[in-house]
Design a protein around this ligand. Structure first.
Ligand SMILES: *[C@@H]1O[C@H](CO)[C@@H](O)[C@H](O)[C@H]1NC(C)=O
Ligand SMILES: *[C@@H]1O[C@H](CO)[C@@H](O)[C@H](O)[C@H]1NC(C)=O
Ligand SMILES: *[C@@H]1O[C@H](CO)[C@@H](O)[C@H](O)[C@H]1NC(C)=O
Ligand SMILES: *[C@@H]1O[C@H](CO)[C@@H](O)[C@H](O)[C@H]1NC(C)=O
Ligand SMILES: *[C@@H]1O[C@H](CO)[C@@H](O)[C@H](O)[C@H]1NC(C)=O
Length: 475
């Protein structure tokens, strides 16, 4: 497409754009729309050698594109879902195409430099070498396997998990993140991971990148959760998307996602026009560099320089989204919660006649999930008594259902003001920190019919900050 190339070269000339008097940090990204070489009969059972041979032909094309992208200054390149192995496999027929990927939090591994550490990692090795040899961050999608046993009740009957996996390598070839697709789209060859993965990796040029795959873009878990929890501005997105007009054309939805969440999204699709598959792009919230071509065959490399987005989600007028409200049981009571996401913010949550408010700023960012909860009602388990409570708590894990669980350790330091319009004068301000240690609020007391508590630096991680009200007359 001549039009697209022209647009890109113009953009290169004007790369030092100054916005609002402050020069914005920028980086060069690449995505490759790949016409994958497919197995002529994906249901046939082949051996590992034939599978590697077929995948090797796709990887040869990847390698050429990595070289071309690096030559144009790209610092990161993203390849599509199913681009290496293809699709339409059965659970058995895909097996020879699967690489083994070790659990990453335990291992630091450079597949190119340490080839012999694990068996069945040929695809990972080639990808890692491409990243290393071209000094570029690289994201690709492949099928992976993970043995499991009787001790795991969710282990499939054939003794292994098979995942649709994204891998990210840094510019030295280190495997820095793996993500297993959560929302499978009729992919019978694969298992969904038992719990959603929230995966991101750090880059020196644009900070944190999150990743998810194809159909995941339509779901809250893990895409929205990941972006909000880590306040992400960069997303890499391998996809194998079949266009469906009028609402779900690939580039159309990618752009909408970038706009809605104020993120950059680097989206790589596969190119099979006869199956309706095309549409890749480098999208910022304000501008998209796309490729959509139903007419011709072959792949397409898109390279564009884009700004690193630094403005906060909330400061962009008109795009503020309310955090989702959810219910979870805490102390046997049905609390109404909102998640405490990102670095700072203001939240409100109400139940019956009680509204609770939180102003917060995370002084130390960690991967812990916190939530603000409210309860206004009669507690009836192990005693009957009326409670009005506003509570900022650390959840047991990253899923909403874990909010309200008993937790004893925390590392996040959160500066906060917490207040509520309680109807009882009997308020007990609770402040519990990691390891069941105590701290004292900076300020507390009544102001304009609301009870307030504030604290700027707890001495260790925050477990609970709550206004626990007892309304004795209603017992
Ligand atoms: C794969 O499956 C889809 C949907 O079932 C079908 O339309 C398509 O023709 C198949 N493609 C190949 C290459 O086998
Ligand atoms: C790899 O496979 C070979 C042959 O099956 C085996 O001898 C070797 O122990 C395996 N290595 C690792 C690291 O699992
Ligand atoms: C909690 O309260 C909400 C709102 O009243 C209700 O929809 C939900 O079913 C309750 N959950 C439980 C577990 O009782
Ligand atoms: C608390 O504030 C909410 C929201 O302003 C209000 O609807 C509710 O009536 C208030 N409760 C009391 C007891 O004043
Ligand atoms: C706590 O931090 C807030 C916001 O950062 C600030 O406005 C306030 O003055 C601080 N309070 C104390 C007691 O240091």
């Amino acid at each position: 497409m001549a039009g697209l190339c022209w647009k890109l070269s113009v953009c290169f000339l004007c790369s030092q754009v100054v916005s609002g008097g402050v020069e914005e940090a920028r980086y060069v990204a690449a995505v490759y729309e790949h016409e994958s070489i497919l197995s002529p009969d994906p249901t046939a059972l082949v051996d590992r050698r034939s599978a590697l041979q077929l995948m090797g032909r796709n990887l040869d094309i990847y390698e050429q594109q990595v070289v071309a992208a690096a030559r144009q200054g790209a610092q990161i390149i993203v390849f599509p879902e199913d681009g290496i192995h293809g699709f339409n496999f059965t659970r058995r027929s895909i097996y020879p195409y699967l690489d083994f990927v070790p659990h990453l939090h335990a291992v630091k591994w450079n597949p190119c430099r340490e080839m012999y550490l694990f068996n069945d990692t040929e695809v990972l090795q080639r990808l890692s070498c491409m990243a290393l040899n071209n000094k570029i961050f690289l994201v690709a999608n492949l099928g992976t396997k993970q043995p499991c046993g009787h001790t795991d009740p969710r282990c499939p009957s054939d003794g292994k998990y098979q995942f649709n996996t994204n891998v990210a390598f840094d510019d030295a070839g280190m495997l820095v993140a793996t993500y297993r697709k959560h929302n499978l789209y009729f992919e019978y060859a694969f298992d969904a991971p038992p719990e959603p993965d929230y995966k991101l990796f750090e880059t020196p040029f644009a900070g944190k990148f999150g990743m998810f795959t194809c159909f995941d873009i339509l779901f809250f878990e893990p895409a929205v959760k990941l972006i909000r929890q880590y306040n992400l501005k960069q997303v890499v997105y391998p996809t194998a998307w079949m266009n469906q007009l009028p609402l779900l054309s690939a580039v159309e939805f990618q752009q909408a996602f970038a706009t809605a969440f104020n993120v950059n999204i680097l989206a790589a699709n596969i190119h099979h026009p006869t199956l309706g598959m095309t549409g890749s792009g480098i999208h910022t919230p304000a501008k998209s560099f796309i490729y959509h071509n139903m007419e011709s065959y072959g792949g397409k490399l898109i390279v564009a320089e884009i700004p690193v987005i630094t403005t906060d989600y909330k400061t962009k007028k008109g795009t503020e989204q309310l955090p989702p409200q959810f219910y979870a049981e805490m102390m046997y009571d049905n609390f109404t919660f909102v998640p405490v996401w990102g670095e700072k913010g203001e939240l409100q949550v109400c139940s019956n006649t009680l509204c609770c408010y939180l102003n917060y700023r995370r002084a130390v960012l960690t991967d812990e999930l916190y939530a603000l909860g409210v309860f206004d009602g009669l507690h009836t388990v192990h005693g009957t008594y009326y409670v009005q409570a506003c509570a900022l708590v650390k959840c047991g894990g990253l899923s909403f259902s874990t909010c309200g669980q008993e937790v004893t350790d925390a590392s996040a330091l959160i500066d906060f003001q917490l207040w509520g319009n309680m109807s009882t004068p009997y308020i007990f301000p609770l402040l519990l920190t990691s390891g069941i240690t105590l701290d004292f609020a900076d300020h507390m007391g009544w102001k304009n019919h609301h009870y307030f508590m504030s604290k700027n630096r707890t001495s260790s991680g925050l477990l609970t900050a709550a206004l626990y009200g007892r309304w004795y007359e209603k017992d």
